[in-house]
Design a protein around this ligand. Structure first.
Ligand SMILES: N[C@@H](CCC[C@H](N)C(=O)O)C(=O)O
Length: 281
C-alpha cells in the first residue's frame, strides 16, 4: 500500500489516498502504521477520499484505532497533499469530516503550500453535546476530581471533545499521570482530549496536549482551538491568540462576527513510502 507521512507541528499522520488504494480494516491499519517500532510511526491514520458534499473527504483514526471526528493538523496537511499532488488546483477548498464540512484556504508559493488557514467551525459548548457529564448546561471552570486530585476544567467540542485545564507551568505539569486518568474519566462518555494550558498574556498561551487515542502529542489543532475558546470564556485572553505547542506555534482566532474558529499554521511532508500489509491470521 502506498502512503505519505506528513505532520503539522510534529503531530504526524500516515496519509492514504483512497482514490487509488482500497482499505478494508482502517482501525487495524491505524494501529499497525502508528506503531513507532514495528510500523511507520505516527499519531494515527488519515484517509483522503471522494465526497458527495465537498471537494474531498477526510477520515481520521487515532493510533489506538479509534475514530476521531476531526483533526486540525491533519486537515492542513490534507490541503497540502491534494494541492501539491495535482488532485485540485483550488486554493480554497472544502473537506467533509465527521464534524461537518470544513473550509481551507491555502497560501501557495512556487507551487508549494506554505501555510493553511482552516475554518474549524462553531465551537460546541453544551455539556451534553461535547459530551461531558455535568449538572450545568456548559462546563466552564468546573471542578473535576481525578484520583483524589481536584482540578478545574472547561469543556469545548470542535466536533471532537476537549477539556481545558489551566496549569501554572506546562513544563512541570504531570501530563503522563493526569492525561490517561482524565481521558478515561467517567465524566467523559466518549473519552476526551486534554489541553494543559498556561496563560502567558492575553495574546499568547502555551499548551501541551494529551490526545484521546494517541497519548501526549507534539501539537493538536483542534486542541489549540479548544484552548483559545476556553480562554475567551474564562476571560483570560483576547479572541486572537498565538498558541505555543511543543511542536511549534499556531494562530487561532474565535471570530465574533460569525462565531467561528479559524486556525492558521504550517503543514509538512516527510516522506512517501510503500508498506506490506500482513495478511490476516
Ligand atoms: N491531533 C488532532 C486531533 C486528532 C483526534 C483526537 N485525538 C481525537 O480523538 O479527537 C488535531 O490536530 O486536531
Amino acid at each position: 500500500m502506498k502512503f505519505a507521512k506528513m505532520h503539522g507541528l510534529g503531530n504526524d499522520y500516515v496519509y492514504v489516498d483512497c482514490f487509488t488504494e482500497r482499505i478494508s480494516d482502517p482501525a487495524g491499519l491505524a494501529r499497525l502504521f502508528s506503531d513507532r517500532h514495528k510500523g511507520i510511526g505516527s499519531d494515527g491514520l488519515i484517509l483522503i477520499g471522494p465526497s458527495g458534499k465537498a471537494d474531498f473527504r477526510m477520515q481520521i483514526y487515532n493510533a489506538d484505532g479509534s475514530v476521531a471526528e476531526m483533526c486540525g493538523n491533519g486537515i492542513r496537511c490534507l490541503g497540502k497533499y491534494v494541492y501539491e499532488r495535482g488532485m485540485t488546483d483550488k486554493t480554497e477548498l472544502t473537506v467533509e469530516t465527521l464534524a461537518g464540512i470544513r473550509r481551507l484556504r491555502l497560501t501557495v508559493e512556487d507551487k508549494t503550500v506554505t501555510e493553511v488557514e482552516a475554518d474549524m467551525g462553531i465551537p460546541i459548548l453544551k455539556a451534553d453535546k461535547i459530551p461531558i457529564v455535568s449538572e450545568h448546561s456548559m462546563v466552564v471552570d468546573e471542578p473535576i476530581v481525578v484520583d483524589g486530585v481536584m482540578l478545574r476544567m472547561t469543556g469545548v467540542s470542535l466536533g471532537n471533545p476537549h477539556a481545558v485545564i489551566y496549569v501554572q507551568s506546562v513544563r512541570t505539569a504531570d501530563i503522563g499521570w493526569l492525561g490517561p486518568r482524565l481521558e478515561h474519566h467517567g465524566r467523559f462518555p466518549r473519552r476526551i482530549n486534554v489541553e494543559f494550558t498556561e496563560i502567558i498574556d492575553r495574546h499568547t498561551i502555551s499548551v501541551r496536549v494529551w490526545e484521546r487515542g494517541a497519548k501526549e502529542t507534539l501539537s493538536c489543532g483542534t486542541g489549540a482551538c479548544a484552548a483559545v475558546v476556553a480562554s475567551v470564556l474564562n476571560d483570560l485572553t483576547e479572541r486572537r491568540v498565538r498558541v505555543k505547542l511543543t511542536g511549534g506555534d499556531l494562530t487561532v482566532e474565535w471570530r465574533e462576527a460569525d462565531n467561528t474558529v479559524y486556525m492558521t499554521g504550517p503543514a509538512a511532508a516527510v516522506f512517501d513510502g510503500v508498506i506490506n500489509i500482513p495478511s490476516a491470521g
